[in-house]
Design a protein around this ligand. Structure first.
Ligand code: GDP
Length: 364
């Protein structure tokens, strides 16, 4: 068929000649390098609550560069005296459970009704896949993202779960030093990352949905056992009865678990994140938990345990880093791996060979 684009005379789009830059554009503007702060400037900015400085410090924490890492550690250390006065809450639920909708509603309630300052962080080790993160898109929290008293930070996207979790924990320190008194750590309810989140929060909130009658199916027992509160979302419209039914199922199921070390009996509530129904009741529950565990000393006990846990986690991470970044180890691992693959030596002999070299280096 005849088509103008098939004609040899056709030239496609007509391209206009470009125009010169307007003379009013400041030529230095583009080239001005980003200001580099000193450690003291970072600490000063953070403790004054400057969000730009806080964001840049978090970027240092997340950086893979050795010099950034060292600087971040110094900043964190200097911020430590200004931390600890917040309530840290872990929030988990499968994709679609309504985490972002709920966090938006919870956050607005806390800021507007309780006068709090909220930081929303995340742990999503799977985010490497999407090169984004579960919190990558701030529009997921439409109201909060416009709120000056909220700081939303996506999950650090690279690395092992241990590494990602460590960065999030360090970010908590910086946020607290910047005056955020409520910290949310969000994670997708699919596995190991709950354990990491549980190890850095005071209260663990599990978002559930009413299903088709067998709600408890497919829910990992371990995750339910960690929960200090189970909240059933989307209790609105036709779904209210189903949500109530799910509530009684969950309550019954919780009876089967051994009592929590805190002495707290987990509550099960229904709510609607989308219509902001039942939100106050959820925060009354969290506040009651905080008073209860501060009263029986469990609050501090748990934080001390977490501090100890993180010390060992840091040691483990550093040891692994040191080992796997060691030049001699890298090259010996390559050859040993081949020997194991070709059945020339067993895995254990292979491991011992590599470890022996490492230990010998340490002795030198
Ligand atoms: P996330 O993947 O856990 O962060 O879930 P989202 O917050 O993105 O919510 C998933 C879907 O559920 C969206 O289409 C929301 O509009 C919807 N949703 C969230 N909360 C509610 C609620 O309380 N009621 C109803 N009816 N829908 C909701």
């Amino acid at each position: 068929m005849e088509h103008p684009e098939n004609s040899s005379l056709y030239r496609g789009l007509k391209v206009n000649k470009g125009i010169a830059d307007a003379p009013t554009v400041n030529p230095n503007l583009k080239k001005r390098p980003r200001r580099i702060f000193t450690v003291a400037e970072y600490v000063e900015g953070i403790t004054r609550g400057n969000i730009t400085v806080l964001s840049q410090a978090v970027t240092l924490v997340e950086s893979a560069k050795q010099e950034h890492h060292a600087m971040a550690q110094e900043i964190i250390e200097r911020c430590l005296p200004h931390t600890g006065n917040s309530i840290r809450i872990g929030i988990t639920g499968v994709p679609g459970a309504g985490k972002s909708t709920s966090i938006d509603a919870f956050g607005m309630h806390l800021i507007k009704q309780e006068g709090r300052k909220l930081a929303v962080l995340a742990i999503d080790p799977s985010s490497e896949r999407s090169k984004g993160s579960i919190l990558g898109d701030k529009t997921r929290m439409e109201d909060l993202s416009k709120e000056p008293n909220a700081f939303i930070r996506p999950s650090p996207s690279a690395g092992s779960l241990g590494g990602v979790a460590r960065k999030t924990r360090e970010t908590i320190v910086l946020c607290e030093a910047a005056g955020f008194d409520t910290i949310f750590v969000e994670t997708v309810g699919v596995g190991q990352s709950e354990i990491a989140v549980h190890s850095m929060v005071d209260f663990f909130l599990l978002i559930q949905l009413a299903g088709t009658g067998d709600e408890l199916q497919g829910i990992k027992r371990g995750i339910m056992e960690m929960a200090d509160g189970i909240i059933i979302n989307k209790a609105d419209g036709d779904n209210i009865d189903k949500a109530k039914l799910a509530q009684s199922h969950f309550k019954n199921a919780l009876h089967l678990f051994p009592p929590a070390e805190s002495g707290w009996i987990p509550e099960v509530l229904t709510y609607s994140g989308y219509y902001s129904l039942g939100i106050k009741e959820i925060w009354d529950m969290v506040n009651a938990y905080v008073s209860f565990t501060k009263g029986n000393q469990y609050f501090d006990l748990k934080r001390n345990d977490q501090a100890k846990y993180w010390m060992y986690e840091s040691i483990n991470e550093s040891l692994k880093d040191n080992f796997y970044n060691n030049e001699a180890i890298i090259s010996l691992l390559k050859t040993t791996e081949q020997q194991v693959l070709h059945n020339q030596i067993s895995s254990f002999v292979g491991a011992k060979k590599v470890m022996d070299l490492y230990l010998e280096q340490l002795r030198r």
